[in-house]
Design a protein. Sequence first.
Length: 197
Amino acid sequence: MKRSSLFVIGAAALALSGCASYNQAPVDATRYHLDGPIARTTFTVEPLRTNDTISPEYQAFADAVQAQLTALDFVPTKDVASSGYIVGMSLTRAPMGVIEKQSPFRIGLGGGSFGGNVGVGGGASVGIGGGPRQVIGTELAVQLRRRSDDTVVWEGRAVTQSVVGEKDNATSDLAQRLAAALFKGFPGESGITITVK
C-alpha cells in the first residue's frame, strides 16, 4: 500500500503509550459525522482510493469492517449498483523503525508520522524476543457515503503500531482490533480521538 497523507498525525496518535507490559499497542480512533441519525441499510465495501490493490491483507481488513457494520445492523449486499451506502476503505501500512531487545524489555518507540524519518526513542515497555524487530504502523480509514446523493455521513480512521512476528499482531487479529476500535460506540463523538487498549 502507498503511504497516505493521513499518516502525518501527532506522536500521541502513533506511539505506544505509558509503560504497557504487553506486546500490543493501543489503537487510536477518530471519527467524524453529520449531526442526525444514520439509517441502517444496505452497504458494499469498496476501495476508497482507485489505486488500492485488493490483496489478501486488504481483504482481511475489509472483512473486519463488514463484520463490525453487520453487528451494527447494517446489511451487506453484493449488489453494488443499488446498495444504500458505499463503504470506502483504505489501508496504509509503513515501517516505523526497528527495536532491539533490552533488559528489562524497555523498548523505545518514538513519536512521529508514518511519512518516514521516524526516530526510535522513548519509554514504552514491550516484552519481545531478542534481536532487531521491525515496527509497522497501520492506518485503517473508512468512509460511509450515501449512494443516492454521494454525501459522506460518517468517516473515521484508526491507527496503531505492531511488532513484526508477534503472534498477536497477525493480519486477521490486527484487522479485527482496528475495526472494533473504529466502530466502538458508533457513530462516536465527532472529532474526538479515543484510545482503545
